[in-house]
Design a protein around this ligand. Structure first.
Ligand SMILES: NC(=O)C1=CN([C@@H]2O[C@H](COP(=O)(O)OP(=O)(O)OC[C@H]3O[C@@H](n4cnc5c(N)ncnc54)[C@H](OP(=O)(O)O)[C@@H]3O)[C@@H](O)[C@H]2O)C=CC1
Ligand SMILES: CC(=O)C(=O)O
Ligand SMILES: [Mg+2]
Length: 766
């Protein structure tokens, strides 16, 4: 993998994200993907005295006396360094330390997202082994673990061995062991499905670098016979006696064989691991493999052979890649976050073979279990050739893999703080990740599995066009842009993108459906002061109305609009053609993904200025149902400035009445009020009200008025960096979503996806 940078292969463009989208994501807002957050207040002079001089001296002296207390007084115990010199960046080659940074930030982001491990990327600009080792060895005080990444072989072997000797915290080269663990898990399951025994399975590994050698070692440790593993590199098969391009690690994998080329090696082989470069395997090679071959083409970003090509050559093949846009993603993302979680939680001094095998077995076993609906998101996901390994977004990973690793660390004697109650630990892990964030991912997956036709009403707007293209690229379905073709084409040209296939344009004035829509509206509105020519003008000129007619009459599944007009005007346009669902009220629900409280839903953030008790009760009921759809068990708090009657006032009256109204109806969710927001969110304050019926902090906040709701939902994200989704328009009989005027491309896309998701539910119910 020498020879410096290679251009990104052109057919990466067939992926579901474009180069432009990838660059935009990285450049948007604060550049990159990470930032540091404070975990302690630093507001007053007293805070400063505690957190910094003089207070900080106290933990310093404690740690000096007893180094183990560093885990109690600093972030060390949950902090991992992601370290690279950029010599083997994915399968792109030696791009150098600086250009490896996006991958390293990405790995740090995955640590946080999937296992709540804090990490920082350190890109070290040297290819010299000694310099690199010396740079890293002195960093141990700051970190609970070291994750080495994208360092090429054979230097990576020396670096890891030396650092493991020198450091008393886990040092783990992810490309070696993370990859090996996940590949081994996939192989166990693929062997099971094809009736093979690991011991007698004949495996060919293409690549003889970091990932390849570690995979060979692990499958050998799990029982595969060394003589059944044939390894190839750029010079062909590693056969006994070969001298060209060898090193001591490759020598350990030479075998007595006549095979010299990858084609020779693959003849009759049961399984293939690609840990080399894009396109290294041809269909002719696949045809030479045994029946039901196992093909893991793991090079990133593009595999050795695509699943389509491999299956065309051998339809009974089980195929996996390192990418997320094909089934069976065999990628170390399934390993490193959870392995470190377990290792950190027992303060392991190292990550040993027993922990690696435990992780591989836990992954393999999880894939064989029934897949819950929130993971499968409506896709047929059941253990089989298209599902041999869990999905990276499976929320069960943390509570399966990490305890297995922690337990193996304890049993093998490397845990410095054993966990006494593993069951309790596992339960804690189950609740550690935000269910709402996971549910949103499941929504996108469900839409991908059930693509929908979504109208983007403001089709001439650049950001709407970009969102529509992203919608198509993401596999969510067919976007329909409403607008004039010449204007849309001009916008597309100014964006510098070719007009993508699969995006439709509808010009309202020229549409064949124009008359049908006007007739429909006239039928609905003729007794409400509208003449035919009024509704005809609306269909011609108001894109919101036109789009809503498309949805109303079944010409599209859902719509999204709102980035060019006020919310109220947009909603008026939509409700010309669409009604509230039976027994429902229209309102806005804002989802806040907060750090301290996970996902919190706030309603009504858009429609009712002063909701009466009946409206508040209906909003609570519909919001609770939405919480359940997001995988949250609803705990609904009716908010006010007053808590259970104190202080008194007129506003809390309707809130209190709403609670009474729900009391008189049948309900299947927790609710209570009126209460102040801090009482709803803080258990210590709720303790003052032992009769309060909420069993935990509220996750659905029903606001007493629109102004309070709007202030809260717009202030919190700016004050706390919480992520906002919505406001989602609730209660319509057909899916239509309104984005705020300031919406970004991503929020138009998210809302279009949510609308598409509602359409799937509507079809199911209808
Ligand atoms: N899916 C996953 O989770 C992971 C995938 N990978 C992928 O594995 C690949 C290798 O990464 P890594 O081991 O870290 O890198 P290394 O640089 O350590 O090793 C690369 C190896 O690939 C070999 N190679 C390069 N081109 C060819 C070719 N055309 N035919 C045969 N062998 C070839 C090299 O051969 P030589 O020794 O002769 O130079 C070398 O042995 C990358 O594509 C990477 O993306 C890596 C880690 C995780
Ligand atoms: C996934 C990964 O770590 C790699 O391709 O290098
Ligand atoms: Mg890597």
């Amino acid at each position: 993998m020498d020879g410096g940078p290679k251009a990104l292969p052109k057919d990466s463009r067939t992926a579901r994200v474009t180069d432009e989208e990838a660059l935009a994501l990285h450049a948007e807002g604060k550049p990159g993907k990470l930032e540091i957050r404070l975990t302690k207040p630093l507001i007053t002079a007293r805070d400063l005295s505690l957190a910094y001089s003089p207070g900080v001296a106290v933990p310093c002296l404690h740690i000096h006396r007893d180094p183990a207390t560093a885990y109690d007084y600093t972030a060390k115990g949950n902090m991992v360094a992601v370290i690279s010199n950029g010599t083997a960046v994915l399968g792109l080659g030696n791009l150098g330390a600086l250009a490896s940074k996006p991958v390293m930030e990405g790995k740090a982001a995955l640590f946080k997202r999937f296992a709540d491990v804090d990490s920082v990327d350190l890109c070290v600009s040297t290819e010299d082994v000694e310099e690199f080792v010396n740079c890293v060895r002195y960093l141990a005080p700051s970190f609970g673990g070291i994750n080495l990444e994208d360092i090429k072989a054979p230097e990576c072997f020396v670096i890891e061995d030396r650092l493991r000797e020198l450091m008393d915290i886990p040092v783990f080269h992810d490309d070696q062991h993370g990859t090996a663990i996940v590949a081994a898990a996939g192989l166990i399951n693929a062997c099971h499905l094809t009736g093979r025994d690991l011991k007698t399975t004949r495996l060919v590994i293409n690549g003889a670098g970091a990932a390849a050698i570690a995979c060979a070692e692990l499958v050998k440790a799990m029982g595969m016979r060394p003589e059944n593993i044939l390894m190839c590199d750029t010079k062909g098969v590693l056969y006994r006696g070969r001298t060209e391009g060898m090193n001591q690690w490759k020598s350990a994998y030479t075998v007595q064989t006549d095979a010299r080329t990858l084609t020779d090696a693959l003849t009759g082989a049961d399984a293939f691991f690609g840990l080399s470069v894009k396109g290294a395997v041809t269909q002719e090679m696949v045809k030479l493999m045994a029946d039901k071959p196992i093909i893991f083409a793991m090079a990133n970003p593009d595999p050795e052979i695509t699943p389509d090509e491999a299956k065309a050559a051998k339809p009974d093949a089980i195929v996996a890649t390192g990418r997320s846009d094909y089934p069976n993603q065999v990628n170390n993302v399934l390993g490193f976050p959870f392995i470190f979680r377990g290792a950190l939680d027992v303060r392991a001094s190292t990550i040993n073979d027993a922990m690696k095998v435990a992780a591989a077995r836990a992954l393999a076993e999880l894939a064989r279990e029934d897949v819950p609906e929130e993971v499968s998101a409506g896709k047929p996901m059941r253990f089989g050739p298209e599902y041999i390994i869990p999905n990276a977004f499976d929320p069960r990973l943390i509570s399966r893999v990490s305890p297995a690793v922690a337990e193996a660390a304890m049993k093998s004697g490397v845990a410095r703080r054993p966990i006494e109650d593993l069951r309790r630990y596992t339960r804690g892990l189950e609740n550690r990740l935000d269910a709402g964030a996971g549910a949103l991912e499941a929504i996108t997956e469900r839409v991908r599995a059930n693509p929908q036709r979504v109208v983007f009403a403001e089709g001439e707007e650049e950001k709407v066009i970009r969102a529509a293209v992203a919608f198509r690229n993401a596999g969510y379905g067919t976007p329909v842009l409403v607008g004039r073709e010449d204007r849309i084409m001009a916008s597309v040209a100014s964006l510098g993108i070719p007009f993508p296939d699969g995006v439709e344009i509808h010009n309202a004035r020229l549409s064949d459906s124009n008359k049908r829509y006007a007739d429909y509206l006239y039928g609905r509105r003729q007794r409400e002061g509208f003449l035919f020519r009024d509704v005809q003008r609306m269909v011609n000129q108001d894109r919101h109305v036109f789009a809503a007619c498309m949805v109303a009459l079944g010409d599209a599944d859902a719509m999204v609009t709102g980035s060019t007009r006020s919310y109220a005007a947009t909603l008026d346009g939509i409700t010309m053609a669409l009604d509230a669902e039976d027994g429902g009220v229209l309102f806005g629900l804002t989802m806040l993904l907060t750090r301290a409280h996970g996902t919190v839903l706030i309603a009504d953030t858009t429609v009712h200025e002063r909701p009466d008790a009946a409206t508040l009760a209906a909003i609570a009921r519909q919001s609770a149902a939405q919480a359940r759809r997001l995988g949250l068990e609803p705990r609904v708090a009716f908010l006010s400035f007053s808590t259970f009657g104190d202080p008194r006032g007129t506003i809390p009256g309707s809130v209190r009445d709403a609670v009474k109204l729900l009391d008189s109806q049948e309900t299947d969710f927790e609710y209570d009020g009126e209460m102040a927001a801090d009482v709803a969110l803080d258990p210590s304050l709720r303790a003052l009200y032992p009769f309060c019926r909420l069993t935990g902090s509220a996750n659905v906040l029903i606001m007493p008025s629109l102004h309070a709701a709007h202030i809260l939902s717009t202030a919190v994200p700016r004050l706390t960096n919480a992520t906002t989704i919505g406001p989602v328009l609730m209660g319509l009989n057909k899916p239509a979503q309104i984005v705020p005027l300031s919406a970004s491309v991503n929020s138009v896309l998210d809302m279009a996806c949510l609308a598409a998701h509602e359409a799937i539910d509507g079809k199911k119910e209808g």
